[in-house]
Design a protein around this ligand. Structure first.
Ligand code: SUG
Length: 446
């Protein structure tokens, strides 16, 4: 049984793909994003793929949550950048004068909620409240635009301060670049508070920093997150990503490592001085952590990035372990073989599933990017505001809404048309109604 008792359960909150989902090539260092720049997207299919993933977990008895998309195009930000007039004029001006800026203000990137915040469950920490730290996402302008709305949403949903504490995001400067749970791994230690591994990509030791692509998480940020977490120092470990991995397209730790329960699955080239890093994790876990290290000879770094093997979700208990992977893993014979012949046995997998998330994958967002994990107890779940925990009816309502209103084809120029764009914004309002979230939360971002 996991610490502290069976009342806590891991709940995945998945980001619902927004109706402006598109391919703008905005994330330098994220190979899929750059290589799909300009492709025509299918927002309806993208959202339905995400909802099927949620359904898949629900069907297996897991409690599944959802987080709504944000309003895009982002008119307040376009105004802040000097585009003036009625919404129709603002969109036209921005599209004509700076298509690049315009695309950044239209991104549906809030779907990758693994970057929304870092979460420390109440059972692991001294204050006995669940701590949520929204990420500042300063490495990319399109992602940084998510922060205020995410903070407002978390403040609303987790308002009950008997159970939750929503911190402020770290200061928005390069020194504190923070990308949330994608760079955080919680590893359960049976009958004690869990170990929290905070992974960063750069620090002052510049010779071990990436050279080709940017690091999106700094040591200073992870150190601040550690201080804010409320977790005892003995349960926190900081580990640096290997520069080679970042330069090969591993822009977040969750592209190369994943934890669940007492398991840590990682690639051989995930961390700087990996042998030492893993030894330290093992020592802190008093030998109770099941570390599975995939060797380069088994799955190359390049394949880890192209198939997103490590962006999988390990689910369930040791007796009933399930692995959920993106379909790209099944399409690569070598990776599939590794999963079905080696990982199956090592992790004692009872079920392996490959899900089609191609629309999100083309922007570098796999299964684990689409979820924000929280370990919550029954009282905490009952204290949530809004109806974010899915049941059959709500799931069906979302499927119906998406099928009825989301466009099936989208290119950026269409979003410069206010009539079309306002229709998409109205869809987000309808989603808020389904999830019983106040429209006032959206009005401050209109
Ligand atoms: O921040 N892609 C996202 C993908 C985030 C994946 N998240 C995790 N690994 N946890 C990013 O790079 C691409 C958008 C575009 O190019 O249109 C984008 O933002």
């Amino acid at each position: 049984m996991s610490w502290p008792d069976a009342c806590y359960q891991e709940i995945n909150f998945d980001g619902l793909v927004g109706p402006t989902h598109n391919y703008a090539g905005l994330s330098f260092g994220n190979l899929a994003s750059v290589s799909h720049q300009g492709a025509i997207s299918n927002p309806r299919q993208a959202a339905l793929q995400g909802l099927s993933k949620m359904r898949w977990l629900m069907d297996r008895g897991f409690v599944q949550g959802v987080l709504p998309p944000q309003l895009r195009p982002n008119l307040p930000t376009l105004r802040q950048l000097g585009f003036q007039g009625a919404p129709a004029e603002i969109l036209q001006q921005a599209w004509q004068q700076s298509p690049q800026l315009f695309s950044m203000c239209c991104s549906a990137s809030s779907m990758w909620v693994a970057n929304a915040a870092t979460i420390f469950p109440s059972c692991d920490q001294l204050r006995q409240r669940c701590v949520l730290i929204p990420a500042n996402l300063i490495s990319h302008f399109h992602r940084n635009q998510e922060v205020m709305a995410t903070k407002a949403l978390l403040d609303y949903v987790f308002a009950d301060d008997r159970y939750f504490q929503v911190q402020r995001p770290l200061p928005a400067v390069m020194e504190f670049g923070d990308e949330g749970a994608a760079n955080h791994m919680r590893i359960a230690l049976e009958d004690e508070p869990a170990l929290h591994v905070l992974v960063y990509g750069s620090d002052n030791a510049s010779q071990a920093n990436p050279k080709r692509y940017p690091s999106r998480q700094t040591r200073e940020a992870s150190a601040a997150i550690a201080r804010l977490s409320g977790v005892s120092e003995s349960r926190l470990v900081m580990v640096k990503q290997s520069a080679e991995a970042i330069d090969a397209g591993v822009f977040h730790n969750d592209v190369i490592a994943v934890s669940h329960d007492g398991v840590l699955l990682c690639h051989e080239k995930a961390f700087l001085n990996q042998a030492q890093a893993l030894q330290e994790i093992e020592r802190r876990g008093n030998g109770r952590i099941n570390i599975v290290e995939v060797k380069e000879a088994e799955v190359s770094l390049a394949k880890a990035v192209s198939t997103y093997l490590f962006n999988s979700q390990i689910l369930g208990t040791p007796e009933q372990r399930i692995l959920l992977l993106p379909a790209e893993c099944e399409q690569d014979a070598e990776v599939k073989d590794y999963i079905e012949h080696r990982l199956k046995a090592t992790l004692n997998l009872q079920e392996i599933a490959y899900l089609d998330l191609q629309q999100s994958m083309r922007n570098g967002g796999g299964p684990a990017c689409l979820r924000l994990r929280m370990n919550l107890n029954d009282d905490e779940v009952a204290a949530l505001h809004g109806k974010l925990i899915l049941n059959d009816e709500r799931h069906q309502q979302l499927v119906e809404l998406v099928s009825r209103r989301y466009p099936e084809q989208l290119s950026l120029d269409q979003l410069a048309n206010w009539e079309f764009a306002s229709e998409l914004m109205d869809i987000v309002r309808e989603i808020y109604r389904v999830l019983d979230l106040p429209q006032a939360l959206l009005d401050s971002f209109q």
